[in-house]
Design a protein around this ligand. Structure first.
Ligand code: HEM
Length: 470
């Protein structure tokens, strides 16, 4: 039985007490190893060009030999990050859950070398993550959160015809394998304008990763150590991020968090309508929630009005910090979504660079037509995808301390206004002169419909799994 702990700044960042959340190996040589791009699955590090369409597909493995054959065949369709191209026909990413590794016959001592939270799985971490009430696992879409979720694929392509070619390849890899069953599928997409269901441009901010050659979107942020995202490399603590064993399984792998997040767009629009003075004020309030205007233009650079040209300009739309330019949040509220999720250089409790993440989220479901305020009952939202080397220090920390708690910004009663489950209880403060604006009773706009913790093995590790003889 694992002791359930909530990842806090104190238990993560104090090195002496760090073991449960910072499983690091000390005394490694000071030189950093070059990142082996030819070993990494291509869908992980590179931001994807939009528009695109895709499917998430989940399989159950009832016989390890069939499962391994499936992994071996799928592996042929996975390009390495070294071969990544924006013009690729499609991107396939293979991820495997703890239960999936077991079903594939990965030896027990190796399974035991994975961190406890990965072994427990996302549903078992519901109380830590704040997945309660409507977001609780008993209300999740089946079979998400169950022990049947073994292999989860992300199949993404620039258009439907190229996606169908990849989906056919996946299906023909499985067809004669009676013990591999597809148990869940979710269509997803990114629009040409990158808007998510609430109407904001998404996929703007992403970190640079040392040794990858992939530029970050904020010229003011130094590249992060590769060990923050890929196992087996030096991380921001100066340590080698530990790997599950044997090395061939762990090295160049990473963790992937998948969460299907339903967005109640009608409730979002109704709240804005009810609390804003006029249409322009609705847009300002929406921007204050997110920290960006719908076009993607950041409040930090354009505090008073939207600037679609700035929003569309990838060289400028993430080029800002907070500490000197906006210490009190008069432009971008300290409690807004993007400032909570990445406080950059702002003064907060904790060390921001230890809690960064790669996001690979996609939309699902039809957009609610502009201007509609009533819920049409359609299922729509975000398939949130996190990529990083530590589930606890990165994803769980951000979800518990920065989404669902406000103490790190000295606002204990507040949660993330966009994605925190406020349930009508929490306020949201918009700093302003001469007096701040305080909104009360924020509804829950986002509900968890299911999810899982997965491991994305390297290309060598996929072959190792396929060739197991246990
Ligand atoms: C339905 C749920 C969500 C929606 C609609 C949403 C929407 C957005 C939008 C519009 C942006 C600004 C565009 C960008 O910088 O790419 C953003 C940024 C971001 N979001 Fe979310 N988000 C959601 C959930 C989450 C969750 C659950 C997390 C983490 C646990 C998260 C972490 C981030 C991060 C790290 C950024 C970048 C912040 C920065 O570097 O400035 N988001 N999100």
């Amino acid at each position: 039985m694992t002791t359930r702990m909530t990842p806090t700044a104190t238990n993560i960042e104090s090195r002496n007490g760090a073991e449960p959340f910072c499983q690091t190996e000390r005394n490694e040589p000071a030189t950093s190893t070059p990142l082996e791009m030819s070993e990494l699955q291509s869908g992980l590090l590179h931001p994807r060009p939009s528009p695109y369409v895709g499917n998430y597909i989940v399989f159950r493995i009832d016989d390890r030999r069939d499962g391994r054959r499936f992994v071996e065949r799928l592996g042929r369709f996975v390009a390495s990050a070294a071969e990544w191209s924006a013009d690729a026909k499609a991107w396939l990413t293979i991820t495997i859950t703890y239960q999936g590794l077991r079903a594939l016959g990965v030896p027990q001592d190796s399974l035991d070398s994975f961190p406890p939270e990965f072994r427990e799985g996302m549903a078992a971490r519901a109380d830590v993550l704040g997945d309660t009430g409507a977001s609780a696992p008993e209300n999740w879409e089946q079979p998400l959160g169950s022990s049947d979720v073994h292999i989860a694929l992300a199949a993404i392509a620039p258009d439907a015809s190229r996606l169908n070619v990849l989906l056919d390849e996946i299906e023909s890899s499985r067809r004669d394998l009676a013990a591999v069953t597809e148990i869940w599928r979710q269509e997803c997409y990114a629009l040409p304008n990158d808007r998510e269901a609430f109407g904001f441009k998404d996929g703007i901010s992403h970190p640079a990763i040392e040794g990858s050659g992939i530029a970050g979107s904020n010229p003011k942020e130094d590249p992060l150590k590769a060990g923050e995202f890929i196992l087996g490399y030096r991380n921001e603590l100066g340590d080698i991020t530990p790997m599950p064993q044997p090395d061939v399984l762990g090295r160049n792998g990473t963790y992937v968090v998948f969460r299907k997040l339903h967005q109640n767009v009608a409730a979002f629009r109704q709240y804005l309508r009810a609390h804003a003075k006029d249409v322009a004020d609705e847009e300002l309030l929406a921007a204050k929630f997110v920290g960006r205007w719908r076009s993607g233009a950041p409040l930090s650079l354009s505090p008073d009005r939207d600037d679609p040209e700035l929003g569309a300009d990838a060289t400028r739309n993430n080029d800002f910090l907070y500490k000197d330019d906006d210490p009190r949040g008069l432009k971008c509220p300290i409690g807004s979504h993007i400032r909570r999720m990445n406080p950059r250089d702002a003064v907060v409790t904790g060390v921001v660079r230890l809690h960064r993440m790669i996001r690979r989220g996609t939309n699902y479901g039809p957009h609610l037509p502009e201007g509609v305020l009533d819920d049409d009952g359609a299922d729509r939202g975000l398939c949130f995808v996190f990529v990083g080397a530590s589930l606890t220090r990165q994803f769980e920390f951000v979800q518990t301390q920065w989404v669902n708690d406000g103490r790190f910004i000295s606002a204990p009663a507040e949660k993330d206004p966009l994605v925190g489950g406020s349930g009508g209880q929490c306020p949201f403060t918009v700093p302003a002169r001469p007096i701040r604006r305080r909104l009360q009773g924020l509804p829950t706009f986002v509900t968890t419909r299911g999810g899982e913790y997965c491991f994305a093995p390297s290309l060598s590790a996929l072959r190792w799994i396929a060739e197991l003889t246990t």
